[in-house]
Design a protein around this ligand. Structure first.
Ligand SMILES: [Ca+2]
Ligand SMILES: [Ca+2]
Length: 472
């Protein structure tokens, strides 16, 4: 029965419904009934709400009392914005239209619930701090100047340079959603999930939740690791929700621009191939090398389905799937990350986490190592027993164009497992036999070619080297 089309009378907590015939019918306790939400990003979904005797509150008792608030401007004469719990008369929330405040609240509450469920189901974690406390989502009215003025809102910062953007930063129990100037419904699964993940990064490791600038005492890369953590988990929440409107993908914030003319917003970041996705001293304060790493670990460089992800070292990486990749990152965060973790330390931490979960030098462990190398974060092994195979460098080659060549690659192979040979950047006309390592063919075009040759064993332990091939 649709409550909206029924007159309702509440007596001692029992809802009596009057049908059009005027005959009272005892209904189930309305406090037990799930609400219906109509989100812009999420469509029609069910919501846990709380009946207070007079109306429904956007408050989810099953998830630590997670609640949705609207933040209004300070009243005349007041100085602080006012947070108001969303309420509804008939437990049917929102219209599905982006500019509707209740619709934004539906999206936020739904996304926060999915984030809660993701961390609970996959990582055994209840809430951002793991203490069972539900989180709040705050939809900012236009003109609310600064989320930092919210009570207890000590860790959040508005993105002053981009006031159209969501405020990612979250404290232990709050997520801010900044709709500001453009009235954007920023409560997408990945962005809310990222805010949740940012809170977890801070709660577990003390990672800083702001963008780095030169005035901050903490190293730039710890900010990058925090933001990578946020966006990795935001994407995992999106996959977990598997919503029919906001479909899972490896883009960050792709729904933000929905309903706006193309070009209104910057293109969403692609984890498969982000700009600055190779670590250098100029990308170290960006999360993009970390996002690129995670995509390679989970999906791989050339997946059967999904976007190709070019590697910085020209070596192929086969992914181990979202679930294993996310478990590795979460364990690294929970056990090994600190407030000063940089990319090199994150590499060691994720290797240790992979060793804890799957064994040192397991396929999963070796894939972590390969994926970090593929974003130019290298280093030694934190455990003894390394069996990485390496190709023997054949030295620079010089051959005449349109003349057949044959070059046999050799490799060290301490693990004794079957090897696959790869060669990237070969002169046109030449190919490598992946099994035998024989490079053969007839070069068709003169030029100077930088060739990366690599070997990968059946547990994805891999090594590479490079040489020049001059075709005259
Ligand atoms: Ca999506
Ligand atoms: Ca996304």
């Amino acid at each position: 029965m649709n409550l909206r089309n029924s007159r309702r009378l509440t007596v001692a907590g029992v809802c009596l419904l009057f049908t059009t015939m005027g005959i009272p019918v005892a209904a189930a306790d309305p406090r037990e009934a799930p609400g219906v939400g109509h989100g812009f990003h999420t469509g029609a979904i069910s919501l846990n709400t709380t009946y207070n005797g007079e109306m429904y509150e956007l408050k989810d008792a099953a998830r630590g009392g997670a609640s949705g608030y609207r933040v209004r401007q300070a009243p005349v004469g007041g100085t602080a914005p006012v947070s108001v719990l969303y309420t509804d008369q008939d437990n049917d929330w929102g219209t599905g239209i982006a500019s509707d405040r209740d619709t934004m609240a539906v999206d936020a509450q739904y996304a926060a619930a999915k984030a809660w469920d993701y961390f609970a189901d996959v990582h055994g974690r209840r809430g951002i701090a793991g203490d069972g406390q539900g989180i709040g989502t705050y939809g900012m009215d236009p003109g609310v100047p600064d989320a930092a003025t919210l009570p207890r809102y000590t860790l959040a910062r508005p993105d002053l340079d981009r006031p159209d953007r969501i405020i990612y930063a979250a404290s232990y129990s709050y997520i801010a959603l900044d709709h500001h100037a453009r009235q954007v419904d920023a409560a997408t699964l990945d962005l809310v999930g990222a805010a949740f993940g940012m809170g977890v990064a801070h709660a577990e490791a003390g990672l800083p939740t702001t963008r780095w600038d030169s005035s901050l005492p903490t190293p730039p890369e710890s900010h990058a690791i925090a933001w990578a953590t946020a966006k990795i988990f935001g994407t995992m929440v999106e996959f977990y929700a598997n919503n029919r409107i906001d479909k899972p993908d490896y883009l960050i914030g792709e729904r933000l621009a929905a309903g706006f003319p193309e070009g209104t917003f910057a293109a969403p970041v692609s984890m498969a191939n982000p700009s600055g996705g190779c670590w250098t001293t100029s990308t170290q304060s960006s999360e993009n090398p970390g996002l690129h790493f995670f995509y390679l670990l989970a999906v791989g460089s050339n997946p059967a389905q999904g976007d190709v992800s070019p590697t910085c070292n020209n070596m192929p990486v086969a992914g181990i799937g979202n679930d294993k990749a996310a478990k590795i990152w979460h364990r690294a965060l929970a056990e090994y990350f600190t407030d000063k973790t940089n990319y090199a330390a994150a590499r060691v931490a994720t290797l240790k986490a992979a060793a804890d979960l799957f064994g040192a030098f397991s396929l999963e462990y070796n894939t972590v190592n390969a994926a970090w190398s593929a974003v130019s974060v290298g280093g030694g092994q934190p455990f003894p027993g390394d069996q990485t195979p390496y190709p023997v460098n054949p030295g620079d080659q010089e051959t005449a164009v349109k003349t057949a060549v044959s070059l046999q690659l050799e490799a060290t192979n301490p693990g004794g497992r079957a090897l696959t040979y790869t060669a990237a950047g070969l002169p046109p006309g030449l190919t490598v036999n992946p099994q035998s390592g024989l490079i053969s063919g007839t070069p068709t075009k003169a030029g100077d070619y930088r060739v990366t040759v690599g070997v990968t064993d059946t547990l994805q332990a891999q090594g590479s080297t490079w040489f020049m091939w001059y075709v005259l």
